[in-house]
Design a protein around this ligand. Sequence first.
Ligand SMILES: [Ca+2]
Ligand SMILES: [Ca+2]
Length: 333
Amino acid sequence: MKVLLPVMVLCSLAGAQVLTIAEARVDSDGDGIPDLLGDIVTISGIVTCETTLFSTSGYSFYMQDASAGINVYAYEAPGNMVPGQRWELTGEIKAYNGLTEISPGSVDDYSYVDNPGMPAPVQLVRNQPVSEPIEGMLIAAGDQTLVQWCTVATSPSSAGGGYNFDVWNGQSIIPVRVNETTGIDVSSISEGSRLFLLGIGGQYDSTDPYDSGYQLLPRYQTDLILFNPSVGDFFHLDVEGNPFAPALGETMQVEYSGPQGVTFNLTLYDRAGRDLAHLAINSPAGDIFNWDGRDDWNEFLPMGQYILLLEGVSSDGERLTTTETVVIAAPLE
Ligand SMILES: [Ca+2]
Ligand SMILES: [Ca+2]
């Protein structure tokens, strides 16, 4: 049964009912198509990028309120609209390859509200992908305060007027779509690069039921922060975030290094002395990385106590070793 929403009755130029953006983009039947498709609605939200940033002609940008975000796709937009401002606008709800849009007809459909500044990004937790509820919102992938970066899984490749690459957020892949119109230079990014990213949650899924193809859309060069940690040149092994529960997606940060010319082996042993995970093999340099608690067979290790052994061998054969105890914990109920 189709329920007639009161908004369609009340919606008029004088005092249109303002929907939250979540209400405007609601998909209660879960078919990947906004339930209000084709309806004219009024929303109020903060603009999170320049109005022409994602378009080659016309306007394509994003707005969000506390509830959700949405793409604004239009042939007209006010020239004085800038990121951080809140505007109210009226337009038709549309969908394009899974991306929910609102499409105002003319500049008369926009009105300035106030200037609260840019909203804080939605911070993805470790292993969290981009998904429908955060589509259209400003998102941070990789957490600078926790020093948990994303690792580039595939080097950028040129595609459809821009670049695509994937990053790992823990164990989840996040496709990153760099639009040519943003002018972002990806030449310093390659497989293995460590990144903290900001961007808008987007979707490009050409097939029903429109439940995949979520991506991150960086806006500016400064939305891609390369992380090149310094690990020093003294022989050391440090672990942080120990004990940890890999079953909850927790990771342990491991840092090791030593003087120039030393090659490193980093190996995890159980208490019976079996080597289970080779985390560095003849590595010519130190490193800092997040370990997800998997062994060489890509299986999560059972809870218990383990020994992490760092061996360094200098060019003249001198051998250095140090160890850390690692505890894999069970998830708390
Ligand atoms: Ca629907
Ligand atoms: Ca969608």
